[in-house]
Design a protein around this ligand. Structure first.
Ligand code: PRX
Length: 676
């Protein structure tokens, strides 16, 4: 096994280094080591011959046109690919950060995903093939999905929902989640999906921020054979989120729930006898389609807002380009719809393309570690999109699991959520892809709406660990702190220099924060969302991880500050500092340094704090380590020096500069307290 590149890359990626120390590190060993990664995998000629984008020349021509003439490029695509009730007048108005797309046009995302296919042979094609964790299955054709969506759109309207209202969806991975999303889109209500791993408090915060009027949930969902009590969490959240007037409850697990009269309604009661006729609302291109909360380095979660036409065009085109979707493909993205990947690449992108999208409710290791491979064999999945954190778990579970199943239907593999370690890439390539499937390592973010930098499977020769080249319409750069472009092999900050249709439009209710967070750093000139990167000698992008105080746990962003706030809200805690550290499966684990109010308590208290964080934020924020200490390293101005804590959490000697440390004895004390 080659350890050089991995060891150094992991060291690097998982530390979420602060900008300065990160850049410093970039200049030292990390770049050197990463450069050892010179394996190149060119697409097979047969793959290229059939691919939606099939040659380097075609890619380059598209990319260049989109760069030089974005209006012509995106305008032509929008006219051809989107179904308009009323054509747009302008392709693009205004510069970043406030670019508007396809203004004057009227459109509907639900119509784009459903109605227009009903006039074609796709009418009776499977839109969603669903598999529940206990093994129950359902297939919905485009016609059937349309039927359900129309009924639920009528239900929502009868409950008083109108265009512009915000509706929270807190649901398991069941077809009704997609139905509810598309029904919201159909009437022009803005959905805000909250991942089922979030706690009641997190739901309440999001309900309040969005001023949600309705919540759609389920009694529960299945995860590793256990029931997740979704409705009970919603009940608790509603004590703190008064804007919510009504709750629709899907019966999924059959578990006990409290139904509050005149507030809570069963999904099946409302749907019974409801009409399946519903005319999709004709909405402005810039009508808000959804809000999705994501973590930032400071303050409360950010309500990333996406609008209709631009987002749909991005989701649709990137799905087709990157996954090379063909009508006959069975496509499976294993993400949860509670994250952006599920929005764009389980629901909106695949359905807009008239694809067959597989959806699985549960865990990859239930009832055993072969579940994913069993699903691939069962449905003859052709395209499989998952995350490095899952791939690392598969490797750990052993090759015997995938080897038990026939994976020969696969023709393309994808990865998303964090940098993929080259060895994990190689395993994916060999063991799952049988050395014949191109791998698309897709870099993007909640904010970007769709994939930005990724191989095109029929074109790009891939390098394990690199997301390679920007898609047409994406013009990135690697710059220094002053915004000056850096040369090849120089590590810096990844920015976008041109607007794109599927970018976020604002942070819900806080436009100032939006401008500040994403555009403030470079005076409005560039979009910057916190990643470091470098380009290699061939111009390939290597994303090196976050440069802010955001940690990437299992491919999902968590703010260290949110975890700190949760800790400090416990009566035992005086002060807390949270950092990421390299974690074998999760990519980054969560390490909490805690100064208790009184004496250092017994180890039992650690469990208590872990439980408290879970209650405050949710299971996804479960700390991996709690370390009690009597002091934290601070600068003279009182800022916690997290990079020093990162070193300690990672079990390393501090190599970085400590000259700004206020009290040198703190470091020794800290090591003594937490390691001794
Ligand atoms: O740091 C990057 C990492 O995940 C962040 C975006 O997280 P989120 O908005 O939760 O969206 C995840 C799914 C799109 C990015 O800022 N990231 C995502 N994909 C990659 C990646 N880092 C490296 N390579 C990737 N392919």
């Amino acid at each position: 096994m080659r350890t050089g590149p991995i060891a150094s890359q992991r060291f690097f990626l998982s530390r979420g280094l602060s900008t300065d120390s990160y850049l410093l590190n970039l200049m030292s060993d990390a770049i050197e080591s990463v450069l050892h990664e010179d394996r190149l995998f060119a697409p097979a000629a047969e793959f290229s011959a059939r691919a939606n984008i099939s040659s380097q020349a075609q890619y380059e021509a598209m990319w260049q046109r989109a760069k030089d003439d974005p209006t012509g490029f995106w305008g032509d695509l929008a006219t051809k690919e989107l179904d308009w009730f009323q054509p747009f007048e302008h392709v693009m108005e205004g510069d970043m950060p406030d670019t508007k797309w396809f203004t004057g046009g009227k459109i509907n995302a639900s119509y784009q995903c459903l109605d227009r296919h009903l006039k074609t042979a796709r009418k009776n094609k499977a839109a969603i093939i669903w598999e529940g964790e206990p093994g129950d299955t359902r297939t919905l054709t485009y016609q059937q999905l349309h039927h359900e969506v129309c009924k639920f759109a009528n239900v929502l309207q009868k409950l008083g929902a109108e265009a512009g209202d915000r509706i929270t969806l807190y649901m398991p991975m069941v077809p009704e989640l997609a139905i509810a999303m598309l029904a919201c889109a159909r009437i022009g209500a803005t959905h805000s999906i909250i991942f089922g791993g979030f706690s009641a408090d997190a739901i309440a915060d999001r309900n309040n921020d969005a001023q949600a009027k309705l919540v759609v949930t389920a009694d529960g969902g299945w995860r590793r054979g256990k029931e997740i009590p979704l409705k009970a969490n919603v009940d608790k959240s509603l004590e703190k989120s008064p804007s919510v007037e009504k709750v629709v409850v899907l019966r999924r697990t059959g578990g006990d729930v409290d139904m509050v009269p005149d507030r809570d309604y069963w999904w099946h009661d409302l749907m019974e006898g409801e009409s399946a006729d519903h005319e999709a609302a004709q909405l402005d291109s810039e009508h808000p389609l959804f809000i999705l909360y994501t973590s930032g380095s400071t303050g409360k979660p950010k309500g990333v807002l996406h609008t209709t036409a631009g987002y749909m065009l991005g989701a649709q085109m990137t799905t087709r380009w990157v996954f090379d979707l063909k009508d006959e493909d069975t496509y499976w993205c294993t993400a949860d719809i509670g994250w952006v990947t599920g929005h764009s690449y389980i629901v909106y992108g695949p359905l807009a393309n008239g694809a067959t999208s597989v959806m699985y409710e549960g865990a990859p290791n239930w009832p055993d570690e072969g579940r994913f491979w069993e699903i691939i064999e069962k449905y003859r999945v052709n395209i499989f999109y998952t995350a490095p954190t899952a791939i690392r778990a598969f490797i750990k579970w052993g090759d015997q699991w995938p080897q038990k199943y026939d994976l020969s239907s696969l023709r393309l593999l994808g990865s998303v959520g964090e940098p993929i370690n080259p060895e994990a890439w190689m395993w994916y390539h060999r063991t799952i892809g049988g050395e014949r499937c191109p791998i698309v390592d897709t870099w993007w973010q909640t904010e970007t709406g769709g994939i930005m930098i990724s191989p095109l499977p029929g074109v790009t020769a891939t390098k394990p660990g690199s997301c390679t080249m920007p898609l047409p319409g994406v013009v990135p750069a690697v710059v220094n702190e002053q915004g000056e472009p850096l040369g090849l092999n120089e590590g810096g900050l990844l920015v976008m220099t041109q607007p794109w249709p599927h970018m976020l439009r604002t942070l819900y209710g806080d436009h100032e924060r939006f401008v500040d967070v994403y555009f403030g750093k470079f005076g409005g000139k560039y979009y910057f969302a916190g990643d470091g990167a470098r380009r290699d000698k061939d111009g390939y992008y290597w994303v090196l991880g976050r440069v802010d105080d955001v940690i990437n746990v299992s491919g999902h962003r968590l703010s260290t500050m949110e975890v700190e706030s949760a800790l400090v809200s416990h009566p035992l805690v005086a002060e807390a500092a949270v950092v990421g550290f390299p974690h074998e499966l999760k990519g980054e684990g969560i390490c909490c340094f805690v100064i208790p109010k009184g004496e250092i308590p017994a180890d039992e208290a650690k469990k208590e704090l872990i439980k408290h964080v879970r209650e405050q934020i949710g299971a996804l924020a479960t700390p991996d380590q709690v370390r009690f200490t009597t002091a934290l390293p601070k600068t003279r101005s009182g800022k916690i020096m997290r990079r020093l804590l990162r070193d300690i959490a990672a079990g390393k000697e501090s190599a970085g500069d400590t000259t700004t440390l206020e009290d040198f004895s703190v470091l020794a004390k800290l090591r003594e307290d937490t390691e001794g």
